[in-house]
Design a protein around this ligand. Sequence first.
Ligand code: CTP
Ligand code: MG
Ligand code: K
Length: 179
Amino acid sequence: MLEAVARAVWAMLPAYVPNNAAVLFGGGRPIDGGRVWNGKRLLGDGKTWRGTAVGTLAGALLSLLLNRVAGRVEGRTGWSLPRFSLRTGVALALGAMLGDIAGSFYKRRTGLDRGQMAVGLDQLDFVAGALGLARLLAPRWFDRTFTRPTIAVVLLLTPLLHVATNVVAYLWGLKDEPY
Ligand code: CTP
Ligand code: MG
Ligand code: K
């Protein structure tokens, strides 16, 4: 049970970190360039080129770092942990950023302004993006790594982890809203 949770979190770490890196280092030019569609911004000021680039890079670098320490963690715990290639690391990180961007696109279409909460969507859009792009770019690795039980753990645990990190980021003054 603990191993299943550890495997799921390990596999998703390259998708979890991009959002937080974007919060820390994002800002600057918005991706939509300020464009408006049907009276609402296409994406909004919360989706920037810099945040997306830094987030993707952070997630991809983390996947390489995880590979370096995986053996040691396995030795201590007896778990068997997933490994990342550059392709799967980038797929998870970029996929997370794209899913988050798609979420903002959807929020703007439904009249939610930048920073307004969308329960469920805010917590899972990046998961859908990360899993979707990884499945597309590395289907065999995806099937091996994200078995049904692992996906179930990810879907249950991610919203909790997401809310917890955002509350911490909010309390530290890094984020404007605790979600
Ligand atoms: N961020 C960024 N680029 C991204 C994603 C996030 O620069 N691709 C930064 C922005 O400063 C953003 C912050 O991280 O405000 C928090 O991200 P998020 O909560 O996803 O954006 P919101 O500002 O809440 O906007 P939205 O309503 O569109 O989700
Ligand atoms: Mg937000
Ligand atoms: K979001």
